[in-house]
Write a protein that binds this ligand. Structure first.
Ligand SMILES: [Zn+2]
Length: 370
């Protein structure tokens, strides 16, 4: 299998970059569909529309219906075709971005992602995560191309909700530990090949940046300010995490995270919160992982407020019988848990989740938080 690395064509990040949207996007297209919800439009609409119009770009303004369903993607794709747009902007969170990526693939439009929260790594990737009309996740699909431009305004992100920013760190925290696991068995990545040295270096940098700047960035975002730590962590959450997972691969942390939504108690969690608990599960599953580093990672999660125990993810008192549902999927055919240099059974996953909860409680105790 070949080594494959994929990435967006251009990534632009900084405070107030939205004001430059027009000049950047005029190099990509002349008629732009903009998909967003009313809340996001209220926050960034005026600045963005003014910038696009100043650059002579015609705007087709479309309200997002709230979920990345196939029906919604078809609806938006039809508007793209009917209006003859040549570029489409997705402004908001992961579901808005994923819908535009899918619709643009159908209609043949260029794609610009404008994340207004840094809660996951959708902005740079070629993927859409699909939901059904009841809000259940039904799988994911790659369009084979990454966005033409990723435009990240760090002031907008710092003004956004802190839990979303912390969730982004949870998603990014999985990057290195999962890429590292995949590289040990030359597992396939999500780009149709195996990992490159570049993807591995980005994944390790992602981890180092979070460890050094995560707490400082969290405090700055709490106060709605952009400092050096915020700039670095936004780059980790959006760019490094996105490039790392797609070109490096994923393993148990994401597999467990993707199973958690099958419990109704977990429905309020963001993807990055689920990955945060999944990371600890993977570190408890991997007996070869350095003890000191495992504790350091859990302490980091505790410090920034990621969920580290069953109680934190709404599963206080959960028994082995219920956990076995996740164990069976993780230990079954086609599972990402195969991306480790050791065999993983259903029982191993149940034991690792219980060990993760115990370690999480112990470290919260040590931090005086239990
Ligand atoms: Zn993820």
């Amino acid at each position: 299998m070949n080594k494959v690395f994929i990435a967006p064509r251009r990534y632009v990040q900084g405070p107030d970059t939205l004001k430059e949207a027009g000049s950047l996007i005029s190099a990509i297209g002349k008629k732009a569909l903009v998909l967003w919800d009313a809340n996001v439009k209220g926050i960034v609409g005026e600045t963005l529309i003014a910038s696009l119009k100043d650059a002579g770009i015609e705007v087709v303004d479309v309200d997002f219906n709230g979920d990345s369903t196939k029906g919604e993607a078809d609806r938006v794709a039809k508007i793209m075709s009917d209006e003859g747009v040549d570029v489409s902007l997705a402004v908001g969170g992961g579901k808005t971005l994923d819908t535009v990526k899918a619709a643009a693939a159908i209609a043949g439009s260029k794609v610009v992602t404008v994340p207004t929260i840094a809660s996951n790594d959708s902005p740079t990737s070629s993927f859409t995560v699909w939901y059904d009309d009841d809000g259940n996740c039904t799988g994911f699909e790659s369009w084979g191309v990454n966005p033409d431009l990723v435009l990240v305004d760090t002031q907008v992100i710092a003004n956004g909700p802190l839990p979303a920013f912390v969730a982004g760190m949870g998603d990014a925290l999985g990057t290195w530990v999962e890429c590292d696991a995949c590289s040990q068995v030359t597992a396939p990545n999500l780009a149709g090949g195996t990992s490159t040295l570049v993807a591995m270096a980005i994944a390790k940098l992602c981890y180092d940046v979070l460890m050094e700047n995560g707490v400082g960035a969290m405090k700055a975002v709490e106060a709605n300010t952009v400092n050096d730590a915020v700039e670095k962590v936004v780059e980790a959450n959006v760019l490094m995490s996105g490039l790392g997972f797609e070109s490096g691969g994923v393993a148990t942390a994401h597999m467990v995270a993707n199973c958690l939504p099958s419990f109704p108690e977990c429905h309020g969690l963001m993807h990055g919160h689920e990955v945060g608990f999944g990371v600890i599960t993977q570190l408890c599953l991997d007996k070869t992982f350095d003890d000191e580093k495992r504790i350091k990672i859990v302490d980091f999660e505790v410090a920034i407020g990621l969920p580290v125990t069953f109680a934190d993810i709404g599963l206080e008192g959960v028994d082995r019988e219920r956990l076995k549902v996740i164990g069976d999927i993780c230990g079954g055919e086609g599972s990402l848990c195969a991306n480790h240099p050791f065999e993983v059974t259903s029982e191993d996953i149940v034991n690792a989740m219980i060990a993760a909860d115990e370690l999480g409680r112990e470290r919260k105790n040590a931090a005086g938080l239990a």
